[in-house]
Design a protein around this ligand. Structure first.
Ligand code: HEM
Length: 489
């Protein structure tokens, strides 16, 4: 056999192997749930469709009938679940469906280098140590920075409108707000991006996010193992950003003479490090994840809320404005029925983290009555599917209807708790691994939206194409709004 024929033969075997691995799920996967065609996940890269359209066209029918499907994502086959009973089982059987985040799933990737081993993705004793360190600071916090930043944010919008900017792209601006909020409330320092738009740390963050969330490398993370110069640079940039951030947090907190009395989540992490409960890498990983989860998720919900208030401005923007007009105290805002029902409905309709695949089976197990899942299979949840399933939410599951939560605050709160306990809304996850930042994020939303409603009116820019993000976190895609200043009362 000539050398060319030999190379051709080897190439053929490699290509057939890859095709076999990508095109069909492993034979050991359960046969009694449907398979979503492998190409579905690549469609948004080729066609201008958003992830809710993709869900409706290719996933919804199978998902609603079976409650779980096999899906190709992140270079591997996974099982994706949306039925509430199955989710409740997964949340409960923590040791069987063990958390296994990017640091285990794709340890060689730039994404894993960015977020490391942290309180969201860790499992077992390490997770408990992280959770013990951050819980107090994320549950009990001073919300004054939210009010201060909301005012600065409204002024920025007014200034832009006065300078003739008739339509404002919300993504970059809301990112700055969310970064300042979480850094001041949980990390004990001021990112200061609202007051300084040429901020070095912020520019660094924007730059590394572009590299980490590059759609091609997200779809094929194994490429990060190759000596591609741009990817090597991405790793270097991630390392220097992490170092800068942790130094900034440490300096700020340690230079603060009251450090021992501060109760920021970051101070507790530093104390855990000083007491040798966590090492320096674990300290850095968790400071980074507080910054990442703490700004990205609220930013998504905030953009979704602005979008819904613009879309339903006559009904919802006006009635929420009336409700918050004379209420500034954050505790009183937490008791307003319309504002809270609106936020719960926004989380239900567009859960910011629409799909999460970060659990791996630690042994052979049975999901529900008869879905046998082998060991070492990645299992994820489709939060969007759960909250759009008519079995959970009736024929209006797809509609924006905040009044479904009730009309008085006690009923609204009770229904929210029930929805989380029954896993019919999983936007903040559930069980022992429920989001630790829910209270913080909802407080941030209430304070910021109330301030905006008092100072501004807004509508969708008619030239903005109404679409949600094509993949990844869910929110309106490149949202553009038109603002009008309200006359002071
Ligand atoms: C609208 C805003 C938010 C949403 C929708 C949200 C959603 C979620 C979800 C779905 C999970 C589970 C993730 C998984 O299974 O991998 C989670 C976990 C978590 N979230 Fe949030 N989150 C939000 C805001 C925040 C904020 C502001 C923080 C503050 C840093 C935060 C901190 C955490 C932590 C620490 C966990 C891990 C809990 C554990 O596993 O023990 N989240 N969140």
């Amino acid at each position: 056999m000539s050398i060319l024929k030999l190379i051709g033969f080897i190439l053929l075997i490699i290509i057939s192997y890859i095709a076999f691995v990508v095109v069909v799920p492993p034979l050991k996967f359960p046969r009694n749930i449907p398979t979503i065609p492998f190409y579905v996940v690549f469609l948004p890269v080729i066609f201008p469709m958003d992830q809710t359209e993709l869900y409706d066209l290719y996933i919804r029918e199978a998902m609603e009938k079976y409650g779980a499907v096999k899906i190709f994502f992140g270079s591997r086959w996974n099982i994706l679940v949306s039925r509430s009973e199955y989710l409740a089982q997964i949340f409960k059987d923590e040791d069987i469906f063990a958390k296994s985040g990017n640091q285990k799933k794709i340890p060689y990737s730039a994404l894993a280098a960015y977020t490391g081993d942290n309180v969201i993705s860790a499992h077992g004793k390490v997770w408990k140590d992280y959770r013990n360190a951050v819980t107090n600071g994320l549950q009990h916090f001073d919300d004054a920075p939210f009010s201060k930043n909301a005012k600065i944010f409204c002024n920025l919008i007014k200034k832009r409108a006065q300078n003739g900017e008739s339509s404002i792209q919300m993504g970059p601006l809301s990112q700055r707000l969310a970064l300042d909020n979480i850094s001041q409330v949980a990390l004990g320092f001021d990112f200061a991006t609202l007051t300084n738009d040429k901020n070095a740390l912020h520019e660094h963050l924007v730059h590394i996010k572009k590299q980490i969330f590059h759609p091609f490398f997200l779809a094929f993370p194994f490429l990060d193992m190759l000596p591609i110069p741009s990817r090597r640079k991405a790793f270097r940039d991630v390392a220097s950003f992490r170092e800068l951030l942790v130094k900034r947090v440490q300096e700020q907190l340690i230079n603060n003479y009251k450090f021992e009395q501060t109760t920021f989540a970051a101070s507790d992490l530093i104390r855990a490090h000083n007491n040798e409960i966590i090492d320096y890498k674990q300290l850095s990983d968790n400071i980074v994840i507080i910054l990442v989860a703490g700004h990205e998720n609220p930013q998504l919900l905030f953009n979704t809320s602005l979008y819904l208030l613009a879309k339903y401005s006559n009904e919802w923007q006006n009635s929420l404005r009336q409700e918050v007009e004379s209420v500034t105290d954050s505790k009183a805002l937490a008791d307003l029925p319309l504002l809270n029902a609106f936020l719960f409905e926004a989380v239900r309709l567009y859960p910011p983290l629409s799909t999460i695949i970060n659990r791996c089976t630690s042994k052979v197990c049975v999901l529900g009555a008869d879905i046998v899942i082998p060991k070492d299979v990645y299992v994820g949840y489709n939060n969007f599917g759960t909250s759009h399933d008519p079995k959970n939410w009736g024929p209006t599951a797809n509609d924006f209807k905040p009044d479904r939560w009730g009309s008085d605050i006690e009923t609204i709160r009770k229904n929210w708790r029930l929805a989380k306990n029954r896993c019919t809304v999983t936007g903040f996850h559930g069980g022992r691994r429920a989001c630790l930042g829910e209270k913080l994020a909802l407080t941030e939303m209430r304070i910021t939206l109330a301030e905006m409603l008092r100072q501004l009116e807004w509508t969708l820019d008619p030239e903005w194409e109404e679409k949600l993000t094509p993949a990844g976190p869910l929110c309106p895609f490149n949202l553009k709004l038109k603002f009008k200043e309200r006359a002071p009362n």
